[in-house]
Design a protein. Structure first.
Length: 334
């Protein structure tokens, strides 16, 4: 009897609590939070679960029957070379861009050896010296008028010849500042500007702008690099909307990137968190048509940096300071 009385009392108290305005408000808030979390997770997972090479087909199928072309900046090595390889493997002709003509021709020979049915061109431009050379940029665009240019991949970036990388802003020269801005922001903006008329002429077309996860975080000594990458992220999103307003079928996606194993990074081994250049490029092309203006081609990068973004500010800052300290020490040993 005593047990039944206790049960009734407990049930009555639970009923009173659940019927109170505060409890109802908390229940509504909890439901909304769960719904938002589920919605965000679905939005995050959907592009990766529904990856399909078919989405790229609309940019690779020519009504005229002519071969379709892609222009890849910074394609003499690294991620750019990975994109060139992946595009050739998918039946797309490629224009290789870089500043070192010998390296570009080496890459071209390698591509043609593996995919003899493809066509590969070389276009030499210095992303630093030619970023503001209107005559050279226009000449480059004119040289591509005989091809059906459908895809532009803006991959070029880095620190150019600026050394050391880990130095305070006050120690930089005006030339250093110019290099960071020209290589990571101005050249991409200018080459996109002069090639847009061709992309619009042959629409539907695609622009992929390769960014960097560092654009979302405060990292000491890399303020110019992260700042220019943040500029490119905003430029990409704004251009995407502009194309819609102008009635042009030009898809623009900003690609966020974590660590990638490239030929230049000898200490990086391809793995779960560090894809190879070609693996990253393949993942990026498979995200085409995802409907997002920004995407993480390699989903472990999205998880990794999502976790970092969720950290308290003081902890996130401590993590980055520790990483920077190790990188600076390693650079000094070299």
């Amino acid at each position: 009897m005593e047990s039944k009385s206790m049960t009734r009392l407990l049930v009555r108290r639970m009923y009173l609590i659940s019927s109170s305005p505060l409890w109802r408000a908390l229940a509504v808030i909890g439901t909304l939070w769960c719904a938002r979390t589920a919605f965000n997770f679905i939005g995050f997972a959907k592009p990766y679960l529904l990856r399909s090479r078919k989405a790229l087909d609309k940019y690779t199928t020519s009504a005229s029957g002519e071969s379709v072309w892609a222009f890849v900046t910074g394609s003499s090595d690294g991620v750019g070379k990975g994109f060139a390889e992946e595009l050739c493997s998918r039946g797309i002709n490629v224009i290789l861009h870089g500043r070192n003509e010998a390296k570009l021709h080496t890459v071209r020979a390698s591509l043609l050896e593996r995919w003899p049915d493809r066509q590969v061109r070389v276009l030499v431009l210095d992303a630093n010296a030619d970023a503001s050379n209107d005559a050279k940029l226009n000449e480059a665009a004119k040289s591509l008028e005989d091809v059906e240019l459908r895809i532009l991949i803006n991959n070029v970036g880095g620190n150019g010849t600026v050394t050391p990388l880990w130095a305070p802003l006050s120690a930089r020269s005006s030339s250093d500042v110019g290099q960071f801005i020209d290589i990571n922001a101005r050249f991409t903006t200018e080459i996109t500007r002069v090639l847009l008329p061709l992309l619009i002429m042959h629409q539907p077309s695609l622009i992929l702008n390769v960014g960097s996860a560092i654009s979302e975080f405060a990292v000491p000594y890399l303020e110019m690099y992260s700042g220019t990458k943040a500029y490119m992220a905003t430029l990409s999103k704004s251009l995407r909307v502009e194309m819609k307003v102008e009635g042009n079928a030009v898809e623009v996606i900003h690609l966020q990137v974590g660590m990638v194993a490239t030929e230049r990074e000898k200490d990086r081994v391809p793995g779960f968190m560090t894809p190879s250049s070609r693996c990253f490029a393949g993942n990026a092309l498979d995200l085409v048509g995802c409907g997002h203006d920004e995407a993480w081609p390699h989903w472990p990068h999205a998880v990794q940096f999502g976790f970092i973004r969720a950290m308290p500010g003081w902890l996130r800052e401590k993590v980055f300071l520790g990483i920077v300290a190790k990188e600076r020490a390693a650079a000094k040993r070299e």
